[in-house]
Design a protein around this ligand. Structure first.
Ligand code: PXP
Length: 241
């Protein structure tokens, strides 16, 4: 059965807008777990634009499900991840100027580097995943690195401008899923998935995890709006002149 793993980066994005301490991504992670998420994902970016090192440490301490750490393949992230010991790491490409991860990791021709990067994680019993496009050559290369999982990038599907383009991207992902499974890679999916486009995968078998953040946090902001305004309005109305 596939499971949902919730990315709470954007709770931290809102917090960092004021550089304060709310909303707390750790509290959001607890609520996600209580609602049925089987894990929580954070991306500790080099520029620390949302998740901070302390969030990662606290999540590792308090989560009852699994902590997934998305990270660039740098030596700084490697040492943080090995110290933290998350359930799984997922290597992603990272550019400072991007708003979010824009594409899959380049694995082709980098198998040796990636294999030696992942090696200490395997020795430490940490599951490893590579975020890649649904491209058979990249998947072949991913398998050669010894990674246990791939997360196939669903962003191009999510961003497709029309039905025809969306179907084309969906078919590419479905072919990628089968190819990865033939290579004995476990398959996760993620990026840009929302309450509408997720249905495209309803008949796709063998997916281990769906990694979803932005659409869930967006919905949470709006579904929580009425209650939040009522609470503040109630306080102000209780003031007497
Ligand atoms: N998977 C990866 C590798 C990502 O970089 C992201 C974005 O942080 C996600 C999944 C979640 O994407 P979204 O926030 O669009 O649901």
């Amino acid at each position: 059965m596939p499971v949902l793993v919730v990315n709470v980066d954007h709770v931290a994005t809102i917090r960092q807008a004021r550089m304060g301490n709310e909303p707390d991504p750790v509290t959001a992670a607890h609520l996600a777990e209580m609602a049925g998420a089987m894990g929580v994902i954070v991306h500790l970016r080099e520029d620390r634009r949302h998740i901070q090192d302390r969030d990662v440490e606290m999540l590792k301490d308090v989560l009852k499900t699994n902590l997934h750490l998305e990270m660039a393949a740098t030596s700084e992230m490697k040492s943080i991840a090995l110290k933290t010991c998350p359930y799984m790491i997922c290597l992603v490409p990272e550019k400072r100027e991007e708003l979010t991860t824009e594409g899959g990791l380049e694995c082709l021709g980098r198998e040796d580097f990636l294999q030696s990067f992942l090696d200490p994680f395997h020795q430490a019993g940490i599951r490893t995943s590579l975020f890649i496009d649904a491209d058979r050559y990249q998947l072949d290369a991913a398998a050669r690195t010894g990674a246990e999982y791939v997360e196939i990038h669903t962003g191009h599907y999510a961003e497709a401008k029309n039905y025809k383009e969306r179907q084309k991207e969906l078919e590419k992902i479905i072919a990628g899923v089968s190819h990865a499974q033939e290579l004995n890679l476990k398959v996760n999916l993620g990026h840009g998935l929302n309450y509408q486009n997720i249905f495209g995968f309803s008949k796709v078998r063998g997916i281990m995890e769906y990694s979803i953040g932005h659409s869930i946090i967006s919905r949470a902001v709006l579904t929580g709006m009425t209650e939040a305004v009522q609470a503040m309005s109630g306080i102000i109305r209780s003031f007497v002149d």
